[in-house]
Structure formats: C-alpha cells, structure tokens
Design a protein around this ligand. Structure first.
Ligand code: G4P
Length: 537
C-alpha cells in the first residue's frame, strides 16, 4: 500500500523520453484536408498500412475515432481522437480536432493539451472562418504554428497573395520553408528552401514518398532539366523576392509563436507530407512547461501531474463508463498507482489506462509528459480536473467560452427526472455544453457553441440515460462571467439584475445578456463590474 503511494523515481532516460515527444494538433476549416493529412502522417508513421485496394473512407474510419453512434449517423467528427506513432526516433502524438464549427469548444480544449499545431489551408479557398477562430486561440496561448497549404494539384490562389492573406487574416508572421513550382495542372512540385532540395510531383499515379533531388544552388542548370526553362526562371525570381520579403527561419522565433513556417503540398497525393513531417519532428517543441495556479510545472519535474482536457462517452452504449483523456504534464504516469484527484480530494488508481496507437487501443504501463492516456471513468472526472502524485495543483488555461446559443431545458418525462438530472450533469462535465441556473427562478438554460449540440444532448439523454428533455427558446446573446473587487458593489448589482443572472456549473456568477446593446448598457451603467467572455480570468 505504502509503496504505491510513493512517486516513481524518474530513471536515467526520463529526459530523453520527454525530448522524444511531439504532441500536436491539426486544425483547419472543414474540407481543407485535415483528415487526409492525418491519414498520410499515420501512414508514414506505420500506424496504418494501406494496401492499394483499401478505400480511402475506410482509412478515414481509422483516422478518426467515431465513438458515438450519432457521429456515424451524421458523418461529422464529433470525437477528438488521439493517434500516436513513432517516427525517426520521435514519438508523435496527434490530437485530432473536430472541424465542425458546432464543436469548436472541443477543439479549443484540445488545443490546451498540445505543444504545437499544424494549420491546414486549402490553396483555393484561402483562410476560412474556422481557421481564423482556431488560430486566434493558438495565438492566445502562444502555441507554435506550422502552416500547410494543401491541394496544390488544384488551381488556387497565387502563393504570394495567399501568404499575404495568412498574415493579414491570421495575424501570423510567415516564413515559407518550401515554395511551389506552378499549381493545378502545371504543378511540378516544390523547392525546399530549408533543406535546399527539389521535390518533384508526379500527378499520375500515387506517390508513396517525396522524390527529392538536392539542388544547393538554384542557378544550377539541373533545375531547367528537371522543371523546364520558364518554371525554373520563375522559381529563381520568386525565391529572390521571398528573401526580401520574409524573415529567415529561426527556430527560437517559431517556438515562441512569433513566426510560422509554411509548406506547400497535396495531402491526397501524398505530396509534401513527408517533407512536412521530417521538418516537424526536427523543429516542433517537445513537451512544454504548463502553468498551474500554484506554480509552473516543468515536464522533467520528478512528480507526476496531468489534467483532463476531454471526456468521451464510451463506444459501447451498454457500458456507462466514459474515457477521460489525460495530458501528462510532468513525471511518470504508472498503471495501478494511486494518484491524487485534486477536486475530489481522494486517491484514485487506474488498472486499465489506455494509449492510442491510431485505431488500436492498448493498456499502458507507463506514460511520459506529452503523452495522452485514456482513463476509464464512471463519473469521477470533469474537464479541467487535475491528477497529481500528491501535490495540490490546479492547471490553468482550460476555460469555458461564452456560448452563442441558448435554450431553456425542460423535463419531458416527469417519471425520469432523476435520470435527466444525472444525464445533464454528466454531459456538462464532459463539456458537451454549459448549464446555467437562473438566480430568480432556478430554471435551467443550456448554452452551446452550435445548434447541433442541442440534438446531441437530446439524443444522448434518451439513449444513455433513458431521459427526455424538451427545449424552449430563450432570447439571449451572450453569457458573461462577472466579478468585482468591491463586494458591496457586486451585491448591489446582483440584487438589481437578478433576473439576468445565473450560476454556471461551478457556482460562478454569470450575466445573461439579451443583446449586444443590453450588454453594452449594463457595462456602462456598472463600470465597477468586470464582464468576462471566458470562465477563466
Ligand atoms: P477535412 O478533414 O479537413 O474536413 O478534409 P478531408 O481530409 O476530409 O478532405 C476534404 C476533401 O478534400 C476530400 O474530398 C479529400 O479527398 C480532398 N482532398 C484532400 N487533400 C487534397 C489534395 O491535396 N488535393 C485535392 N484535389 N483534394 C484533396 P471529398 O470528395 O470530400 O472526399 P473523398 O470522397 O475524397 O474522401
């Protein structure tokens, strides 16, 4: 008993294990090619094998873990899956993120568990709405970003224009590490400015790997031989221009989130993907320190710590248990070891922690900082919960965002009110939506980022808890968390505005604004009150 309470002493290779890890997320607007890129990365990592006959949608099933029946029905990646593989001596952990805008909050939360991201942009569509939102969150957290411009086999925007658009709309300082030679029908490949080699594209027949030719100096006549006279001249001209416009690549700047390397390729053709991966494992950060309310946690701290960033309902509807995804932040996580669940103030041990190797799930004995383990959970976890070897810590940076859609939730089956309450609590703990309880009449309001969640909640309440709910419209624009240094002032505000106030699931006070105008008025009338758009302030 006593021995299981002792933290595991990190061994000699502990730091090497941390250094090996690359934990990242791929984000994009739907259809830019995130799933395709993920599949190709998994292929390179040997995490999946594709015989020629395997249809791409079959691989897709493996590349995104569709835990929920509803997801299969809708064909939308509701789930955030974790896929790990080894590549060139590194352990790569990809955290997949739902692209659908209604699940943006899931994606925001997943971004709290990564150390870097790859942003995929469709060359024809350029920067789209969802990409803008997601990059904003990454920038808030200073997450290092690599940009992959996809679908170069199609006609799209001029490369310089696209980089301008990325700088303007995403506010990123870009640094192209590869440069395209033509596009669409005329796409011949890319010149890798970082490694100084030419990577030629063969449009007919699938490439299994990039075909590199080393060209140290672009004045080399071999360039003409390979791509023809005109494209060679264009490439020389454009790369000269690039040097004048964009900064040299500096890894430190990239790691600080100040510059973003850019690659061009075509995921579906497996083109430029190896190039991206090779550079990624070389430059992307290993697990980074993380802030808690108490202190900064360094990955090589001896003592284990981690936080839950995602909770997922089990695949099997007959089993109620869920999987809590834990990001390990420091020390070594061990199976069957007692860890302190800080919020519940009790020890818990896990007999079947799971790691994810693409579609395969395996029980893990030990896991290191940067790794994600799945913990079977029967209702002990909420998003943001901390587990440690014993120290009282609370990880920061896993906020709830102000929802955009609101509805009253009513019980549609009075005989199942207990089930409904339990179901709602558990779904809220999973972070499916947010629940607000009105201060004046105790009515419950569900707030979500997208309309689809309302259907998900209704479906899951019925299928997993046997409860029915009905929604009733409520005219709300935003929910803002409020606080005030002056407690008297806060008290006065609370009593005057009771009908517009509610408590969130943690008992924090929230102002429910009917419109942007109402919010502005109340802000003007109560200058001492602080209004926050995220729950962490
Ligand atoms: P997402 O996860 O970002 O939503 O995008 P996904 O990978 O599903 O790709 C969206 C569509 O774009 C898919 O076509 C995919 O085949 C196509 N695509 C991905 N990369 C490239 C590329 O480099 N070039 C071209 N031309 N197309 C690309 P789909 O017709 O929607 O699906 P599917 O039937 O091909 O699976």
């Amino acid at each position: 008993m006593v021995s299981s309470l002792l933290p595991l002493q990190p061994f000699m290779g502990f730091k090497e294990e941390i250094e090996k890890r690359r934990t990242f997320g791929i984000v994009s607007h739907p259809d830019a090619g995130k799933t395709t890129l993920t599949e190709k990365l998994l292929l390179f990592g040997g995490a999946i094998q594709v015989a020629g006959a395997v249809k791409s949608n079959k691989i897709k099933r493996h590349a995104t873990s569709d835990f929920m029946e509803i997801e299969k029905q809708r064909g939308i990646s509701v789930a955030t899956s974790v896929m790990a593989f080894d590549y060139r001596g590194r352990k790569v952990n990809i955290l997949d993120t739902p692209g659908h805008k209604d699940f943006a909050e899931d994606t925001f939360r997943t971004l709290t568990a990564v150390d870097s991201v790859i942003v995929v942009i469709d060359v024809a569509k350029g920067v789209e709405e969802q990409t803008e939102k997601l990059v904003k969150v990454c920038k808030m957290r200073k997450t290092p970003i690599i940009v992959f411009i996809n679908k170069m086999d199609r006609e799209g925007k001029d490369a310089f224009d696209l980089l301008d658009e990325i700088e303007q709309k995403l506010g990123l300082s870009v640094c192209p590490l590869s440069w395209p030679i033509g596009m669409g029908q005329r796409f011949q490949g890319v010149y890798n400015l970082y490694k100084k080699h030419l990577n030629l594209f063969s449009p007919h027949g699938k490439q299994t790997s990039d075909e590199m030719t080393s060209i140290e100096d672009l004045s080399d006549p071999m360039l003409e031989e390979k791509v023809g006279e005109r494209p060679a001249a264009e490439l020389r001209e454009e790369t000269t221009l690039l040097k004048e416009i964009y900064p040299e690549f500096d890894r430190e700047y990239y790691l600080e989130g100040m510059i973003s390397p850019v690659f061009f390729g075509s995921a579906i053709n497996n083109f430029g993907v190896k190039e991206l991966l090779d550079c990624f494992v070389e430059i992307a950060p290993s697990p980074l320190p993380r802030e808690t309310e108490e202190r900064v946690i360094h990955p090589d701290d001896d003592q284990f710590s981690g936080f839950v960033f995602k909770i997922h309902a089990n695949i099997d509807p007959k089993h109620r248990d869920r999987i809590a995804f834990l990001r390990i932040c420091s020390g070594i996580f061990q199976r069957n070891t007692n860890y302190q669940h800080i919020r519940l103030n009790r020890k818990i041990k896990f007999s079947n922690p799971t790691s994810f190797m693409a579609a395969r799930k395996e029980v893990v004995e030990t896991a290191y900082p940067g790794d994600i383990v799945g913990l079977y959970d029967s209702g002990n976890f909420k998003i943001g919960d901390t587990l440690t070897a014993g120290e009282e810590l609370h990880f920061k940076g896993i906020p709830s965002f102000s929802p955009e859609q609101f509805r009253f939730v009513n019980n549609a089956d009075p005989l199942k009110s207990k089930q409904l309450a339990k179901g709602i609590t558990q779904l809220m703990d999973e972070g499916v939506a947010q629940l607000f309880t009105k201060e004046d009449n105790n009515r419950k309001i569900i707030g979500t980022v997208g309309a689809l969640q309302f259907e998900v909640i209704q479906y899951r309440l019925k299928h997993e808890y046997g409860a029915s709910c009905q929604y009733e419209s409520v005219n709300l624009h935003k929910a803002c968390w409020v606080d005030c240094e002056d407690q008297e002032e806060l008290k006065a505000f609370t009593s005057r505005r009771k009908k517009d106030l509610a408590l969130d699931k943690d008992g924090k006070l929230v102002y429910l604004a009917e419109s942007a105008w109402a919010l502005k008025t109340v802000q003007d009338n109560h200058p001492a009150i602080n209004f926050h758009f995220t729950s962490e302030f």
